[in-house]
Design a protein around this ligand. Structure first.
Ligand SMILES: *[C@@H]1O[C@H](CO)[C@@H](O)[C@H](O)[C@H]1NC(C)=O
Ligand SMILES: *[C@@H]1O[C@H](CO)[C@@H](O)[C@H](O)[C@H]1NC(C)=O
Length: 401
């Protein structure tokens, strides 16, 4: 990371001590740590010059992770997150919130409205009659500023002015920090509402995973990935538009939504008549549901979710302080989303485009639409003097470890 340090020094000198260098030529910022590398919107100074075993890249658009390279069980580096090759490809994309931070209120708001202190606010209905990820100008459609950058960490800031997302009143300051340590990615988000106005606040990290990096010669889907949520024996009952009805259901052992009794392949129930109806109207089949994580405490000492692939041998364990997990198996992103140049490769079972069930998003968050269910007792409204916090750590290993 010498080049980046030098750049940083140059820019610091030119623009003041707090200035951070621009991204690489592809618009991405590259961070590295032993065994891992990541890319956020950094303009590519080419990843070659780093020459180490872990690299991650991030971009200011949506504070998104664009690339995350870890070694598979054979020591081959795989880029296991879905995204675009260039930062410039993100803004026009309505295909999904790839690696981004939806905000200021992630997930659905039923009927595009919520009530605080007896006043009802109307939000943008961009998902049937509901609001999804705060509408068409949520944080996933905004460009954040980079306020801190080191070799292994980056911090984004957004000043979300009142009503920038329609019906979300009061300013909000949000900070997203990504920090890499060996084979581990730590995400910390905080947000405050400095005005007198109370506002909904609920964030998530919306990475879409393909632990085979679309390189598996037998499948380009995630149906053979194994998934496990040992603390999730309850689920929010969805209506046909995947809006929670308010009912909380227990998940019997062996149910299509049972990932608690033992690890299960994501596609185990693909031939079940429930496969289609489980994810709502118009869905190709699979998952788009909010599980409850009954694991008390701040950052749990055991992972609340584990995803792995036998083919690549890559495993990710998710630790979080969040009490819900929205699992989305990419039912609607198929056939339009090009896979990156860093994925696929010779012999891969892909035509260059992602398909339904081609990836899976694991969105640690609070209970979906809790703002409209006071009976659940969730805290999803914040006012002056209060700080919203979200934390998760993603730990990577291989099944042979
Ligand atoms: C939206 O709400 C209207 C009025 O209640 C209803 O007629 C319509 O079917 C709803 N649309 C969807 C997609 O649920
Ligand atoms: C918020 O923005 C919408 C769309 O521009 C506008 O119709 C509405 O009046 C605004 N609300 C407030 C409280 O300013």
């Amino acid at each position: 990371m010498k080049s980046l340090s030098i750049l940083f020094t140059i820019f610091s000198a030119a623009r003041g001590a707090t200035a951070v260098p621009p991204p690489g030529p592809d618009g991405k910022y590259t961070l590295t740590a032993e065994g891992i590398r990541a890319q956020v919107n950094f303009v590519p100074m080419s990843i070659k010059w780093i020459g180490l075993t872990g690299l991650w890249q991030f971009i200011p658009f949506g504070a998104a992770i664009t690339n995350l390279f870890v070694e598979d069980k054979n020591g081959v580096e795989r880029d296991i997150v879905v995204g675009f090759d260039n930062a410039a490809d993100y803004p026009p994309s309505a295909l999904g919130h790839f690696g981004e931070i939806p905000g200021r209120y992630a997930g659905r708001i039923g009927n595009g409205q919520y009530t605080i202190d007896g006043v009802t606010y109307s939000t943008e209905k961009n998902n049937g009659n509901n609001t999804l990820h705060s509408g068409n100008n949520g944080w996933g459609f905004r460009t954040f500023e980079v306020v801190a950058l080191t070799e292994a960490s980056i911090t984004f800031h957004i000043r979300d002015a009142s009503n920038s997302s329609i019906g979300m009143l009061g300013d909000v300051d949000g900070y997203i920090s990504y920090t890499l340590t060996p084979k581990s990615w730590k995400v910390k988000m905080s947000a405050t509402a400095p005005d007198t106005h109370k506002t909904p606040l609920m964030l998530t990290q919306h990475t879409y995973w393909s632990l085979d990096a679309f390189s598996n010669p037998t499948t380009d889907l995630i149906l053979d990935h194994s998934y496990y949520m040992p603390f999730s024996q309850r689920i929010l009952e969805p209506d046909p538009n995947m809006l929670p009805t308010g009912q909380i259901l227990s998940i019997p052992e062996g149910d299509i939504n049972d990932f608690w009794s033992k690890p299960k392949l994501v596609g185990t129930d693909r031939n079940s008549p429930l496969w289609k109806s489980n994810c709502g109207d118009g869905c190709e089949g699979g998952y788009n549901n909010c599980w409850i994580v009954d694991k008390l405490g701040s950052q749990a000492t055991e992972p609340v979710a584990t995803l792995s692939s036998g083919w690549s041998g890559i495993k990710v364990d998710i630790y979080t302080d969040q009490v819900g997990m929205q699992v989305y198996s990419c039912n609607w992103v198929g056939d339009k989303m090009p896979i990156k140049k860093t994925q696929g490769g010779p012999g891969a079972a892909t035509n260059g485009l992602m398909k339904p069930s081609g990836c899976i998003a694991l969105e640690a968050q609070d209970w979906s639409d809790g703002i409209n269910h006071p009976e659940w007792g969730r805290k999803q409204v914040y006012g002056p003097g209060e700080t919203y916090i979200w934390e998760a750590t993603y730990k990577f290993s291989t099944l042979e470890d």
